[in-house]
Design a protein around this ligand. Structure first.
Ligand code: CTP
Length: 399
């Protein structure tokens, strides 16, 4: 959620200032761009050198920087930020923010920022409980700031109570969750199938296909980036997900994929089935390795269940179901037949006649056909960009 986000971290003077070092490190690890404004008191608790090393940026403390001879423009800083985090936020700084005071760079940046502001207070128990502080907190919340409540525990004063700054990991998690809530697919459940299936012949052999799973994995990542909570049911694939919030269920055969899909489908808002499921499986699976005793060998195959058709029959109004069609001839007509037969909201057509697309490749060239048989063809592009086009179509349907 924080990748490539511009995060302005305000650090106030508190015994909890040391936690801002871990917070900075975690933000950088998440892929954020971090700039830091410290109050002069914060510099007594933790050195600017520590935070500049971790953030890979110069630390700003004053309006005018005598070292560089430049003006630290609070308006530009405020506008640069996608998110402003004040951690730790002291009683003094909260009071300044609540009352619009502007006697240091951090307070001026706060007043200039138009982005969401997250405040992580840290102070002693009695300071936190004081009606003046609580009044400031109420006023800051009603002004649209997000309060990351301090935790209960042992405080630097020796007292025990509420006042410890939230841990950096919690701050990151909370902010990520808040950002996710604002995404267009927030609150939606999505199911994606990807990869091939392997149908066992004996303990060492199987019938499979060339699918890499790249298209399905890219769709799962894109749906999650749009805020959906995603379950990915994957056939055998060496691919790894970069989004750790996606629930990945590994399966091998068409039967296992069907069972996993059926148990996830109820309550799913969006299902995109991109797996290259085997259409046939060996009728009998030998428990022992089959020996090459005879000059020829026949294998009886039986049909697997069509997962997409099964879900299409169970689909309730409001559930979006999307399938793929991989064709070599009569592409559009065959895709439309599948769209109708499998009760889909739209179908993504891949043609094996388009060079550089579909199986194993990093690129794909698709045509989306909807229920009105309206066709939209896209250029050959990387699969993650194809995933964006497919998910845009889903967003259009939801609107
Ligand atoms: N599919 C499925 N279960 C199967 C076979 C296919 O869910 N047993 C899904 C695929 O995930 C894809 C769509 O059906 O979304 C179309 O797959 P495709 O292989 O193009 O077509 P089939 O329906 O298998 O028909 P055919 O192989 O005869 O073209």
């Amino acid at each position: 959620m924080l990748t490539n986000k511009n995060i302005l971290l305000g650090v106030c003077g508190s015994i909890a200032s040391y936690k801002s070092a871990s917070l900075t490190r975690l933000l950088i690890k998440e892929g954020a761009n971090v700039k830091i404004v410290m109050t002069s008191d914060a510099c007594n608790f933790i050195t600017p050198l520590t935070l500049s090393t971790l953030s890979k940026n110069l630390i700003l403390t004053e309006y005018f920087d005598p070292k560089t001879g430049s003006w630290n423009n609070h308006v530009e800083l405020g506008l640069w930020a996608d998110i402003l985090i004040i951690a730790p936020a002291t009683a003094n700084t909260l009071a300044k923010f609540a009352n619009g005071l502007c006697d240091n760079l951090l307070a001026a940046v706060y007043l200039s920022a138009k982005c969401p502001v997250y405040l992580a207070p840290a102070m002693d128990l009695d300071m936190w409980k004081h009606p003046a502080t609580q009044k400031n907190i109420d006023s800051l919340i009603s002004n649209g700031n997000f309060m990351i409540k301090p935790a209960y525990g042992e405080l630097a004063s020796g007292l025990t109570g509420e006042g410890r700054m939230a841990e950096p990991e919690e701050i990151i998690e909370l902010i990520s969750q808040e950002l996710k809530k604002k995404l267009p697919l927030a609150g939606k459940k999505a199911l994606v199938t990807a990869g091939p299936t392997y149908e066992a012949i004996d303990p060492v052999r199987f019938i499979g296909n060339h699918s890499s799973g790249k298209m399905g994995y890219a769709i799962a990542e894109e749906l999650s980036a749009l805020g959906a909570s995603v379950t990915l049911i994957s056939g055998p694939s060496a691919l790894k997900l970069s989004d750790k919030s996606i629930l990945r269920i590994d399966v091998t055969s068409a039967k296992e994929m069907l069972e996993a899909s059926l148990s996830s489908f109820k309550g799913t808002d969006i299902s995109i089935l991109s797996a290259a499921v085997a259409d046939y499986r060996p009728k009998e699976v030998s428990t022992l390795k089959i020996k090459k005793d005879s000059s020829s060998f026949e294998l009886e195959l039986v049909k697997t269940s069509d997962i997409l058709t099964t879900l299409g029959q169970k689909k309730k109004s409001g559930q979006i179901l999307v399938g793929f069609a991989l064709e070599t001839d009569n592409e559009v007509a065959n895709a439309i037949k599948k769209l109708e037969k499998k009760n889909l909201d739209f179908i993504v057509l891949n043609s094996l006649n388009d060079e550089g697309g579909a199986f194993k490749n990093d690129n794909n060239k698709i045509t989306i056909i909807d229920r009105d048989h309206h066709k939209e063809s896209f250029d050959l592009k990387p699969k993650n960009e194809v995933a964006v086009d497919i998910c845009k179509k889903v967003l259009d349907l939801l609107q």
